[in-house]
Design a protein around this ligand. Structure first.
Ligand SMILES: [Zn+2]
Length: 417
């Protein structure tokens, strides 16, 4: 018998059952089938020793480290590894209140395959879907004899790699993803019955990104590091409005207080202030590097940057906008923005970033950065400043990257053993 592949969870012909019973610990698990209610994929099991009937998270996506189980008879939660409530709370809630609402799925078939690997990217958070989707390249490359089937929320259709055998576009918004959709499960089960062999891709939360080619997803090539010095310096600012750069403790404190008091209108002053901070950063960069040009993106009403920056902000997202923003990132030596999943695509395309990392996000550092480099460039190209950083400090880092990128690369990554 060969060692099981750790990156595949078998569903068919035999369902994964290599774990102890969550109740009595016996390893006599009888596997009966799968359930695909939405974000989670679960196995339907019975313990041969104590008779417990239960559903258990298959170890994919965020359940890789924390597969929880639910007792069929009483809806009781088994959480042996101590998963945090955000991982199992919504699951249990959904299980107890299943929905028979119709869920539209569009099945796109590019290649017929009887042996498939299924990658489920459904999630309730924007960045989680992207990160799960980025698993696709490894599965395409490692299992060329299998067809990759990607379950994808429709809003990400433009990022589906054309090499996938099938893409199932699911009409669920992020906020709806946590439901327990019986009709979606029925649709999936019907599909699975048609294949000879099915494995689940792990859908790791943080797939390796060095070597990951974003062009295989978006069809737009990333910034070419070999041309760093040859291209005129361009910097893109990502201006999100729901998490702001304050540049002072007082600013953040006041913004929080205004929001608490329900005075969001007054809080908008801080959105305008963030624009001022970004403009001051641009001017500080241009004083030293007069050739520098800028783009600003974000979900917001455009305006206010004059001739200083190309303003691609909009309040309505569509595929054309997504692509225009990606083109801007792909021309960028550096992207600048506040921490969050909004930085994943910018860093996937740009050569480097300077990120404002709020104090309460310190535990999430780098989770939102697409780390393009395998070597010491990682320490050079991805810079973090705290939320009190002034425009001069951010500009200083951007200029440092522009000026020293090539020499650092030569000295640290080329002429070395
Ligand atoms: Zn048992």
């Amino acid at each position: 018998m060969t060692m099981a592949d750790p990156h595949l969870i078998p569903l068919k012909p035999a369902l994964y059952a290599d774990f102890p019973c969550p109740s009595c610990g016996a390893k006599a698990i009888e596997a009966r089938g799968t359930v695909f209610p939405g974000v989670h994929v679960l196995g339907d099991y019975r313990c041969g020793a104590c008779g417990l009937e239960f559903l258990r998270d298959l170890p994919v996506g965020f359940a890789v480290q924390h597969p929880v189980a639910i007792g069929r008879a009483d809806g009781r939660l088994f959480n042996p590894s101590g998963a945090e409530p955000w991982l199992h709370g919504p699951l249990l809630q959904a299980y107890r209140a299943p929905s028979d609402a119709p869920v539209t799925v569009e099945r796109i078939v590019r290649r017929t395959a009887r042996r498939v690997v299924v990658l489920n990217t459904l999630d309730f958070l924007y960045g989680h879907v992207l990160l799960k989707l980025f698993n696709a390249q490894a599965y395409l490359d490692r299992y060329p004899d299998r067809g990759l089937v990607i379950i994808l929320p429709r809003m990400y259709a433009w990022l589906a790699p054309p090499e996938a055998a099938e893409v199932w576009l699911v009409d669920l918004r992020l906020g709806q993803a946590h439901g327990w959709y019986t009709r979606f499960n029925a649709w999936v089960q019907e599909r699975l019955a048609a294949y000879d062999e099915v494995d689940l891709a792990r859908g790791y939360a943080h797939p390796e990104q060095a070597g990951l080619d974003i062009a295989r997803f978006a069809g737009i090539p990333a910034f070419d590091p070999a041309r760093f010095d040859a291209l005129p310096p361009h910097i893109t600012f990502v201006a999100r409005q729901d998490r702001l750069w304050f540049a002072s403790d007082l600013g953040e404190l006041c913004h929080r207080a205004l929001n608490k008091l329900g005075l969001k209108g007054l809080g908008r002053w801080y959105v305008r202030r963030q624009d001022r901070l970004m403009r001051r950063t641009m001017r500080a960069i241009r004083r030293v590097e007069p050739r520098a040009t800028f783009t600003v993106v974000g979900l917001a009403r455009p305006g206010g940057y004059g001739t200083l920056a190309r303003d691609l902000r909009t309040e309505r997202m569509d595929e054309a906008t997504e692509r225009a923003w990606c083109q801007a990132y792909a021309q960028s030596h550096v992207v600048v923005g506040v921490h969050g999943s909004n930085m994943l695509l910018p860093t996937a395309f740009a050569a480097a970033c300077v990120e404002v990392l709020p104090d309460d996000r310190i535990g999430n550092i780098v989770q939102d950065v697409f780390v393009r480099y395998p070597d010491r460039m990682q320490l050079f190209a991805y810079r973090f400043v705290d939320e009190r950083a002034r425009p001069g400090q951010v500009a200083h880092h951007v200029l440092g990257i522009l000026r020293h990128y090539s020499a650092f690369h030569r000295n640290m990554c080329v002429h070395t053993v």
